[in-house]
Every structure is written in structure tokens, then in C-alpha cells.
Design a protein around this ligand. Sequence first.
Ligand SMILES: NC(=O)c1ccc[n+]([C@@H]2O[C@H](COP(=O)([O-])OP(=O)(O)OC[C@H]3O[C@@H](n4cnc5c(N)ncnc54)[C@H](OP(=O)(O)O)[C@@H]3O)[C@@H](O)[C@H]2O)c1
Length: 201
Amino acid sequence: MRILVIGGNGMLGHSVVEKLRALGHEVVVGGRHNADVDVDISSPESIREMYEAVPNLDHVISTAGQTTAMPLADMKPEDNDLSVQSKLLGQVNLVLIGQHYLKDNGSFTLTTGVKKDDPIAGGASAAMANGGITAFVKSAAIDLERGLRINSISPNIVEESFEQQKEIFMGFTPVPLSKVSDAFVKSVVGKQTGQEYKIYS
Ligand SMILES: NC(=O)c1ccc[n+]([C@@H]2O[C@H](COP(=O)([O-])OP(=O)(O)OC[C@H]3O[C@@H](n4cnc5c(N)ncnc54)[C@H](OP(=O)(O)O)[C@@H]3O)[C@@H](O)[C@H]2O)c1
């Protein structure tokens, strides 16, 4: 299968790329820097150019998308825009545009995160994006045509990221990165659609 992993140079994405390549799949990495194909998911035009540059895709995975982390009391509408334009609409637009490019029976796998279910201070903007993606995936699954599937992965903080973020995730028990990347593989190679895989323990 030919699989595009947007964010494939990052912590989660790199692990997913390695697993898919080990299974013999052809993987193309997307991102803004040092990627096989340049894309900024916050720009619909950039997404269109990416799909034109990488034809004959079976599956698309997104482990990309930025969010704002700051106290709600300080947050202004414009501070929230990053989460909306990048993690929320960026991933939604990968599907809205990509549905016309993927081969029959392909799939989309998007990324959310534990903050929507287990709130942390300063996490409201990320939680908003995560919740929006979850709802979109559930509904989009019944509308997608040509056998296209869609799922989302909601990881807890992973062990490999915990040291850097332990102050804000104090009291959380991190999960192995490998367990999270397994869920992405399951979404791609399996047959399920409209699912949310929560990897919280
Ligand atoms: N790490 C964790 O423990 C954890 C836990 C729960 C949820 N998550 C979620 O999982 C996702 C990935 O996390 P991560 O830790 O792997 O982050 P990361 O290491 O920062 O990787 C993110 C990747 O996405 C790319 N990217 C970011 N913004 C982009 C954009 N606008 N367009 C295209 N590519 C973009 C980055 O590459 P460029 O900068 O080159 O574009 C980078 O390769 C995030 O949504 C995060 O909230 C992570």
C-alpha cells in the first residue's frame, strides 16, 4: 500500500512510519520541513498541492497539527486560532480535499489526544480541537464514498514525551509510544471505520 504520513518526522509519526515500512508498505512523509512532500495543513491550497504531488495514495495518516496551550483566563480569540486552523481544520481539510484523491477502499487516520477526556490546566484549546476531530470522524465515516474509511487515535502522553511535559501531566501514567503507533497500523490495515482508538493505559 502507498501511505502518506503527515507529521512523519515527529515523535508519533516517525514511529508509525517505521512500523509501516517494516510491514513492507511504501510510505511518503509530509510536513513543513525536511519531508518527502511539503505541506502546511493549515492551508487548503498547500493540501491540494500535496495531493497533486503524491498521486495514487491508498491511505493518509495525520500526526500533525499544533494547538495553543495557555491559561483560559489569558486566552483571547486570536490565541485559539492556531488550534482551529492547524489541528482542527487542518486535519478536517485533509479529509475534505483528500476524499477526491484517495484510491477506492483507502483510509484516513487522524490524531487527537487525552486532553479532551482528562483535562489539564491550559488544555482547553487543544481539547476543543480534539473533540471536534472526534465528532467529525464519527459522522464523516457514514458519508465517505468508494469504501473510504476514517478513524482517529487519541493517545495519552507517551513515555518518550513525558519527561519534557511532566509538569503539566503530573499524575498521569504515560503509555509506550509503540502501543500508540500500533493503533495507527490497526486503523490502516484493518477494516474498521468511524472508530476512536483511545490509548490511555
Ligand atoms: N507526544 C505525545 O505524547 C502526544 C500525546 C497525545 C497526543 N499527541 C498529539 O499527537 C500529535 C503529534 O504529536 P508529536 O508528539 O508527534 O508532535 P511532534 O513531534 O511535534 O511532531 C509533529 C509533526 O507534525 C508536523 N507538523 C506540525 N504542524 C504542521 C502543519 N501545520 N502542517 C504539516 N505538518 C505539521 C511537524 O513537522 P514540521 O514542523 O516539519 O511541519 C512534525 O513532524 C499532536 O497533535 C499531539 O497533540 C501527542
